[in-house]
Each structure stands twice: as C-alpha cells, then as structure tokens.
Design a protein. Structure first.
Length: 262
C-alpha cells in the first residue's frame, strides 16, 4: 500500500516501518497484509519494537499488541501461541530462533553495535533461563542484510570487535572501493595531505552475517541448525530496502516468527 519510496508509475511497496515519510495507516495496512499472508488472519497480533542497537531482549505477551508505544529493545522472545514477533531491518541482520520442543521463538535485530554487544548470544541465554530451552533443540535463520561485499566500516569498528571476540580479524577484510567520479575527475579531490595519505586506499569491510552465525555456534547451536539467506540488501535494492544504498531514504522490512495456535 505504500507509495513513499517508489516511482510514480511503480506498484505500491510493502513498507512495514512507521517512517516519517510514509502514511501511518498505509503501513498499518501493510502489516495486516503481512500477518494475513503468514497466518491466514489479518488481525493476528504483530508485536514490534523501538529498536536502538542494544542487547536488550524482552519477553513478548499478547498485551504488548495493545501498547500505543512499542517497548524499547532489540530482541523479543515468547512462548505464547497466536502472536507474531517482528524485527525491522533495512541493512542490519535479522536473526530468528525457534525451540521446536518447548515451543519458544525469538527474534533479534543485529546491527554492528548489537552484534558487538552479543545480542544473539544474550538472547539465546534468555531463552534458556526463561523457558528452559536447550541449544540442541534450537534452529535459527539469519535473514537478508548488508553483506561483507558492501559493508565498509572504520577502524574503530574493528577495534570494538577485537575487544570482544578472539576471532574478530577473521570477520574483516580489506576491499578497494573504486570511485568512478574520483577516477574521472582526480583534480577535484586534491588536498594538502602527503602522497599516500588520502582516502583512496582499501577500506575495511565486516561480515555481520558470519559474526552472528558464530554467536549462534557459541550459544551451542549445531552448524546444521543454522540457515543463512546470503542475499545482500545493498546489492539487491530491487528486492530489499537498504538504508546505506538509498542514503537513508527507504522503508523497513520485517523478519517475523510465531507459534501456531493449537
């Protein structure tokens, strides 16, 4: 139902985030369409969050659907059937986890800050504490997010990862990002820096998908129980919203999970 982020002659889009540019009722209708597509009922409660790149995980109940203002966190877990818990993304990594034996589900929003704060490991830990989940019974899905092919970061991000993970350097690689404008018009980019000190060298790229896969492994999941959707949101903007690829002018996708009612 959304028209905020597409061309005038294009069909509507399924923006699922209450962004400043989009009409709130159209987004609400999009969420009802999503709920109906998944559960067969448009009125299925869909519980989202005010995300802020933390490692805060909260337990969701049916009462959360009636809140005027969503709770502030970056992870949701529940054992209540008939709900959909949702994480919004537009480059960050969505991680869904299910305990099929004890019928518990979880959804985590993992940008680089949440990943450094171990939100996935913390979230699986909450599943164990709150509901007695065992890692051997868990399955997980890592959804589309910005890939290592496109996610350039600064050295300070690498330092944050190195302070937390012994394998941090394996998550980073140097990539030369050619700038066609700089190549065609080099005189426009002259500065007073000494040769070799300008911003033309390789840049650090981080693999958030692999970082969160490793957190699931560290939490005790089997490699065979982790499923990865490897598509990069920035590379495939015809399919996904990408905050970086659109310079901030984009909607939000949702990764959702729930427990079927009896």
């Amino acid at each position: 139902m959304s028209r905020a982020y597409c061309a005038e002659d294009a069909p509507g889009e399924l923006n699922l985030g209450f962004t400043a540019e989009d009409d709130r009722e159209r987004v609400a209708e999009n969420r009802r369409l999503l709920a109906e597509a998944i559960t067969g009922a448009a009125h299925t409660p869909l519980i989202a969050l005010r995300q802020f790149h933390s490692n805060l995980v909260v337990c969701a109940t049916a009462s959360d659907a009636a809140r005027k203002l969503p709770r502030k966190a970056d992870g949701l877990i529940t054992n209540e059937p008939g709900l959909l818990i949702a994480i919004q993304t537009a480059d960050c990594i969505p991680v869904l986890v299910a305990d099929r034996k004890r019928r518990v589900v979880a959804a985590f929003h993992a940008g680089w800050r949440g990943t450094v704060k171990r939100i996935v490991e913390c979230g699986v830990g909450r599943m164990r504490v709150e509901f007695g989940s065992r890692p051997a019974d868990l399955i997980a899905a890592i959804g589309p997010g910005i890939g290592a092919c496109c996610y350039a970061v600064g050295e300070e991000v690498q330092s944050e990862f190195e302070s937390q993970f012994p394998y941090a350097r394996e998550l980073f690689r140097e990539v030369y990002d050619p700038d066609p404008v700089r190549k065609k018009y080099p005189m426009l980019f002259l500065n007073q820096r000494a040769p070799g000190h300008g911003p033309t060298g390789p840049r650090l790229h981080v693999d958030l998908v692999e970082a969160n896969r490793r957190q699931l492994l560290a939490a005790g999941l089997s490699p065979r129980s982790i499923h990865v959707a490897s598509a990069c949101t920035q590379c495939h903007r015809e399919l996904f919203y990408s905050h970086r690829g659109s310079r901030g002018h984009c909607g939000r996708m949702m990764a959702v999970i729930g427990i079927r009612g009896d």
